[in-house]
Write a protein that binds this ligand. Structure first.
Ligand SMILES: [Zn+2]
Ligand SMILES: [Zn+2]
Length: 265
């Protein structure tokens, strides 16, 4: 295994990058506002009392593979029916939030540029929800955007989360570890089978640096939302076929309902 230089593989200065994108600078002169609804709050990176009361943190008994809540099970390390039927390519997935209501507003505002200053707060929530995954990771890699979408949006929200998590945990981060080769159709309103057909492992490739450091490493893949897992599984299969020892997935939020139903994001 070649050694990893954490300074060269990290995403240096991501906080400055946020400032360059404008919002963080504005926050220095404007009063802090709730990340979800925009109400005035005491400090940057906070939710107002009402949103805090409504947000759904995921905790308690969960599937040991995909992390979906399993409230009525007695087994020590339960596994859900879906993971039994069709094990995902990743070893374990964990998420901080249930994707509905306040969490949905948070993700959408984060994703579409309004509130990227939430990255540090979201990264802390994610690191808590996935503490075992973060501790055992050798390398942190975000789910990539295709470059066209990157041009439209000017940043990859998953790369901001990966950078913050890696920096806090002192783990190397490769923001361009995975590259998306094909601009796939939007996943909105597709069911699970359609999503699997829409995105495949061959749609992704390893970046030049990742080709050297991924073999034999345990990779922590970072994304904003876990819906059916089709994108994360495609990324995981790409990493595994390139020699990764294992892949875990950590997301800010996850859908918790019938995974076969069409999902509107
Ligand atoms: Zn609020
Ligand atoms: Zn499961």
């Amino acid at each position: 295994m070649p050694p990893m230089d954490s300074t060269s593989t990290a995403f240096p200065g991501w906080r400055e990058r946020l400032a360059g994108l404008g919002r963080a600078v504005l926050d220095l002169v404007l009063p802090p506002r709730c990340l979800a609804c925009g109400e005035l709050v005491d400090a940057q990176g906070r939710l107002c009392a009402e949103c805090w009361g409504d947000i759904g943190f995921l905790y308690g008994r969960q599937c040991r593979v995909c992390g979906i809540p399993l409230p009525d099970v007695s087994a020590e390390a339960p596994i859900c029916g879906r993971c039994l039927d069709e094990p995902p390519a990743f070893d374990r997935a964990r998420s901080a939030l249930r994707y509905d209501g306040v969490a949905r507003r948070l993700v959408l505002r984060f994703k579409h540029g309004d509130r990227i200053d939430g990255a540090a707060t979201f990264a802390r929530w994610m690191a808590k929800a996935g503490s075992e995954l973060v501790a055992s990771a050798d390398l942190v890699i975000p789910v990539p955007l295709h470059r066209w979408r990157l041009v439209q949006r000017s940043y990859n929200q998953s790369a901001l989360l990966a950078s913050a998590i890696g920096e806090d945990a002192q783990k190397p981060v490769l923001v361009d570890g995975l590259v998306k080769l094909r601009a796939t159709a939007s996943q909105q309103r597709l069911d699970a089978a359609e999503r699997r057909r829409n995105v495949r492992a061959k749609d992704f490739a390893l970046g030049p640096k990742a080709r050297q450091v991924v073999p034999d490493r345990r990779v922590l893949l970072i994304d904003d939302v876990l819906t059916t897992g089709s994108t994360a599984s495609a990324c995981a299969r790409c990493l595994l076929s390139s020699g990764a020892r294992a892949v875990d997935l950590l997301t800010l939020a996850r859908v918790v309902r019938d995974p076969e139903a069409p999902i509107s994001i």
